[in-house]
Design a protein around this ligand. Structure first.
Ligand SMILES: [Zn+2]
Length: 294
């Protein structure tokens, strides 16, 4: 291996949180889970659009999928896996981790994993908590993930945010439990004036000009010498999704801003950087952590 060729030498982690437009945390209080089955399905067409977009440049990714979605979309999951992507778990029906105790959390993730593995025909070794909801209150979740044999989690936002965040957590991959190989790979933050800012997707990517995201990922690759972790949702590429009129204004602003600009932005993102699956990235991070502690 020669000298690093710069940012382009680093393969970043690309991820999609597979949930439909009515399953997002922002609409939780206005759309009951009991209504989900009667609502218009958009996740199938949206994920297929994303698969085509990734194929344009040969980008590989991880699809953290709800068990609820997996149960209803067998052919879609098999398509994702057949096109070379990783299937992973996003829990059963988007309950955030702090709503559970350890036992009920264990049941939730076991149920989701079973269905995702059965319908996709691939092994699940990765987990992402809904709304990045593992934080200092719920570190028992790591014990449960380790016990169920997961290789990695990508469930922490190491930042202070109004809905989530664990601001003291490390910015990059770490072992959350002593004596366990489980690693947590937090979503990307960038440093601006000595403060962490969320830079791994979500509103940051969709609302701000693309140049901010490019700057942030370059900063992480070049200054930190580390891969960035990026995530988005299928509903973000779908300007034609049904509107939820009775949701709070702030939620609506967040959810519907710039939906039509998302696909062109994603196209630039996947072209400007190298992207790969989270399980491959987790393996590399594990070797790096082992080398560092040897
Ligand atoms: Zn989610």
């Amino acid at each position: 291996m020669g000298a690093p060729a710069g940012a382009s030498a680093i393969v970043n982690g690309l991820s999609v949180d597979v949930e439909d437009w009515f399953q997002v945390g922002a609409f939780e209080r206005v759309i009951d889970r009991a209504e989900w089955d009667g609502l218009t399905d958009r996740v199938d067409r949206n994920v297929r659009e994303i698969l085509d977009l990734f194929d344009e440049v040969g980008a590989k990714a991880t699809f953290f999928t709800l068990g609820w979605v997996a149960q209803r979309h067998g052919p879609l999951l098999r398509e994702i896996a057949a096109r070379g992507h990783e299937m992973a778990s996003h829990g059963w029906d988007h309950q955030r981790v702090f709503r559970f105790d350890r036992k009920s959390f264990g049941q939730d993730i076991a149920r989701a994993r079973q269905v995702i593995e059965d319908v996709s025909g691939t092994a699940v070794t990765g987990y992402r908590a809904p709304s990045f909801s593992i934080d200092q209150r719920t570190t028992w979740a790591f014990e449960e993930l380790a016990e169920q044999g997961y290789a990695y989690s990508s469930s922490v936002a190491p930042i202070a945010h109004d809905h989530y965040g664990w601001k003291e957590a490390p910015r990059f991959a770490f072992h959350p439990l002593p004596g366990s190989s489980l690693i947590e790979i937090p979503v990307t933050t960038a440093m601006l004036a000595n403060r962490r800012m969320a830079a791994g997707g979500g509103g940051f990517f969709r609302v701000l000009p693309y140049g901010f995201s490019r700057w942030a990922i370059r900063q992480v690759n070049r200054d930190d010498g580390r891969p960035a972790i990026f995530y988005f949702h299928p509903w973000e590429v779908d300007p034609d999704q049904p509107r939820v009129p009775n949701a709070p204004l702030k939620s609506r602003l967040r959810h519907y801003t710039n939906l039509s600009r998302m696909a062109p932005k994603l196209r630039r993102l996947v072209r400007d950087f190298a992207w790969g699956r989270m399980d491959d990235l987790a393996e590399q991070e594990l070797m790096r952590l082992q080398a560092a502690s040897a």
